[in-house]
Write a protein that binds this ligand. Structure first.
Ligand code: GUN
Ligand code: ZN
Length: 435
């Protein structure tokens, strides 16, 4: 057993619907952990006596649940910041050639290790991750995640209509998926997602298979892209001329349900959102990616009108930062351009419990509730001279918002996975945290 003392903040419910009650804040709290699980959380004054014998670490800063990156591509790590194209051309020019390299297991191992360390450096402890079409790219990621005890959900990408260098067959796609599910089921904190890349890169037969795989394995997710970019949407409309809309393409193959996660959803009709809400499917907002590829401005208010569950994704490599804090800052600006105001408590919710709900793991992570896994981040509101100046004497709301707008990896003082410190910022970067 061990305990951590400090300022603790979590937002288990969405403040947009649950109101201010959703915010759980302890100015001087104690988090007690046993076997990687939170067993108690409360005011230090209330718990100190009961856990007087337990070794206690004082953590200066703001303790929040580990971030959940609900949509990210690990094989695109080295192609972040590739200039000059919108989605379909960017894929052809920059991404597909890079992903072809993941046929090489050594390369996949090296990038997987770098990628997961980068997540931890940014305070991310759970993620829903695209691999590549190669089964070995999933093995590489899962082995590296197992070694770090991280909560990672991933799957081999199905894309029998992809470029010649990066294509599976219907039969191989299905067999590899079955093999990977069987190989990794129940190991560590890993989960599997059936992963058709998007409607354009799978044949109808492969999409039928994806639906069958999802139905056959009640413990797996379905992870894909939806209505991201106008060029993509037009191409989907051309190929599936009789579909009601882009969502309907997935729906007709049994891919829209409570375990379905759709990244982007920038251009959505009310009918499609009503269907998503009814099905219990989730959406991942990827603001840096949508800005970078010129895809459009996500309409949070429209999504909210339908009550669809929602998380946050960095979407590396179209996304421009591994930092969920930075991504939340960009989400704020996108909402501003849509005439909505994203408050920092809601932002924190989306990046923790909200994303966990989308990934079907909200019972395990995202809120630091007793019984949940003790994944958490220590944020430093004085990480830079500017942050220190802006947050000195500020309210919790203002400190959190400053971290959202000005923070990034520099503001992550430490990351804990299942109660163990998995990352600590090098001392040279640390600054004194003001009281
Ligand atoms: N749609 C299909 N594949 C991709 C991808 O790799 N990145 C993004 N942003 N959108 C996609
Ligand atoms: Zn993506």
């Amino acid at each position: 057993m061990k305990a951590f003392r400090g300022e603790i903040l979590s937002v288990p419910e969405d403040p947009a619907t649950a109101g201010a009650e959703a915010v759980r804040h302890l100015a001087d709290g104690l988090l007690v952990v046993e076997n990687g699980l939170v067993i108690a959380r409360g005011a230090y004054a209330d718990l100190a006596q009961r856990f007087a014998e337990v070794e206690t670490e004082a953590l200066p800063g703001l303790i929040v649940p580990g971030f959940v990156d609900a949509h990210v591509h690990y094989p695109q790590t080295e192609r972040i910041a590739s200039h000059g194209e919108q989605l379909l051309h960017w894929l052809d020019r920059h991404i597909f050639p890079a992903e072809a390299g993941f046929a090489d297991r050594d390369h996949a191992d090296a990038i997987a290790a770098f990628f997961l360390d980068e997540l931890l450096r940014n305070g991310t402890t759970s993620a829903l991750v695209f691999a590549t079409v190669h089964a070995c790219s999933v093995d590489a990621l899962f082995e590296a995640a197992l070694a770090r005890n991280m909560r990672i959900v991933s799957g081999k990408v199905l894309m029998d209509q992809g470029p010649a260098t990066l294509r599976d067959t219907v039969a191989d796609g299905r067999a590899d998926t079955e093999t990977l599910i069987a190989r990794w089921r129940g190991r560590g904190r890993l989960g599997y997602a059936v992963t058709p890349r998007f409607a354009l890169t799978s044949s109808d037969v492969q999409l039928v298979d994806a639906g069958e795989l999802l139905a056959a394995h009640p413990d797996v997710l379905m992870h894909t892209h939806l209505s991201e970019n106008l060029g993509e949407i037009a191409a989907v409309g051309d190929r599936f001329a009789d579909a009601r809309d882009y969502l309907d393409v997935y729906d007709r193959f049994g891919l829209v349900g409570p375990r379905s996660v759709f990244a982007h959803c920038v251009h959505m009709s009310d009918a499609a959102l009503a269907r998503m809400a009814q099905a219990g499917a989730g959406i991942v907002l990827c603001p840096t990616s949508n800005l970078f590829l010129g895809s459009g401005l996500f309409d949070l208010a429209q999504i909210d009108r339908h009550g669809v569950k929602i998380g946050i994704g960095t979407d590396i490599g179209a996304g421009t930062s591994f930092s969920v804090l930075h991504t939340l800052g960009e989400a704020y600006k996108v909402c501003q351009l849509r005439g909505a105001s994203l408050d920092p408590f809601r932002a924190l919710h989306l990046a923790t419990a909200g994303g966990a709900r989308v990934m079907g793991i909200a019972d395990r992570v995202g809120a630091l509730e007793p019984g949940q896994e003790a994944d958490f981040v220590v944020l430093d509101p004085a990480a830079t001279p500017l942050l220190a100046r802006r947050t000195a004497g500020a309210s919790l709301f203002d400190r959190l918002f400053a971290l959202q707008v000005l923070g990034d990896d520099r503001a992550v003082a430490a990351t804990y996975v299942a109660g163990d410190r998995a990352y600590a910022r090098p001392p040279c970067q640390a600054r004194t945290i003001h009281a």
